[in-house]
Ligand binder design. Structure first.
Ligand code: ADP
Ligand code: MG
Length: 334
């Protein structure tokens, strides 16, 4: 296997609000190998974006803070990196595309001005060279009439076009890791597939690793090597995409898999997990999924299960399997 590019260890990111401490990311660990696609999945509010923002050093201050853990990237612990060091990394070795491209672009600057800025800053190109490179990039992400587009402002472009621009910007300095936070959620279905294809083409061309955040397991099945399932700030299951899709352990993962849209019926869903993601300020002492879980045991309400390896790299945090382990030797004796 290729080398480890990023390793997140026991990451805790908290927001200190008037209502209390929101533990948005509460002890998350996973790795991204060079050139790999790792997906973080989970319903809205589970801590996916805050995990990504923590990696980028973009957690909203002063209420948000890294409260513990390590973020190793390319040999450095970003949790300890200075603001300046993080700024140098961002848009260079580490870049991110957001769900809402409009919110990430500056409305008063042209696309050209925004695309050339990192090229001038990080790659030290001259203005003329940067413009030429920006034109190539825009063409490469499938936008016709590049020169015209570079002169336009964000509000003049469609959502799909803006997301292409964001991708061009994100890959412009050949990052080692691209974080894509729900990059297609705001787009309509036909454009979604095009944008995903574009991301994969860019990955194949540049060899970058991708951390793909999505709630759509259909997308994950098509793209990811490794999957991290988050629920209420914690990882409930993680494993290679193959292992996780073939042999999901956690009832939450099974629920997500069952609620995938049916092929050919994009609007039709087989199933939806009953209940809602809990309020982060009112988390109980047991498994956070227990009150939605159809297989809940007494212990699930009392004590939090730890993430344990069941099959090589396949980990799950669920009491159902603790029980199973105990039962196996007994069954053999009988
Ligand atoms: N700036 C913030 N202040 C307070 N709470 C926040 C802030 N940002 C996110 N949160 C909370 O952290 C939790 C995780 O949020 P987020 O990572 O955005 O979820 P996801 O991306 O999985 O939908 C949510 O409960 C959200 O309300
Ligand atoms: Mg999010």
């Amino acid at each position: 296997m290729s080398d480890v590019l990023a390793e997140i260890n026991e990451l805790h990111t908290y927001f200190y609000t008037e209502e209390g401490v929101v533990k948005s990311v509460n002890g998350v660990s996973f790795r991204v190998h060079e050139g790999q696609t790792v997906a973080i999945v989970g319903e809205s509010g589970c801590g996916k974006s805050v995990t990504a923002l923590s990696l980028m050093g973009l957690v909203e201050e002063p209420s948000g803070r890294l409260a513990g853990g390590e973020i190793w990237f390319d040999g450095r612990d970003l949790a300890k990196a200075s603001r300046k060091e993080l700024e140098r990394l961002r848009g260079n070795e580490l870049s991110m595309i957001f769900q809402e491209p409009m919110s990430a672009l500056n409305p008063v600057l042209t696309i050209g001005e925004q695309l050339t800025e990192p090229l001038i800053e990080h790659l030290h190109l001259s203005k003329k060279e940067a413009l030429k490179r920006a034109e190539e990039l825009v063409t490469r992400v499938g936008i016709p009439r590049a020169k015209e587009i570079l002169k336009s402002y964000p509000h003049e472009l469609s959502g799909g076009m803006l997301q292409r621009v964001m991708i061009a910007m994100a890959v412009s300095c050949s990052p080692k890791l691209l974080i894509a936070d729900e990059p297609t959620t705001a787009l309509d279905v036909t454009i979604q597939a095009q944008i995903l294809d574009l991301l994969l083409t860019m990955k194949a061309e540049t060899g970058m690793a991708i951390l793909l955040i999505t709630h759509d397991l259909g997308v994950v099945a098509e793209t990811a090597d490794y999957v991290v399932v988050m629920y209420a700030g914690k990882v409930v299951e993680q494993g290679t995409a193959l292992s996780l899709f073939q042999n999901p352990k956690h009832p939450y993962t099974k629920g997500l898999l069952n609620s995938r849209p049916v092929l050919g019926h994009r609007k039709k869903r087989l199933y939806s997990i009953p209940g809602q993601v809990p309020n982060p300020l009112q988390l109980g002492q047991g498994c956070h999924f227990s009150d939605r879980c159809e297989q809940c045991l007494d212990i699930c309400r009392e004590k939090q299960p730890e993430l344990k390896a069941y099959d090589g790299e396949h980990l799950a945090a669920c009491w159902l399997y603790e029980e199973e382990e105990e039962l196996v030797p007994n069954a053999r004796i009988g």
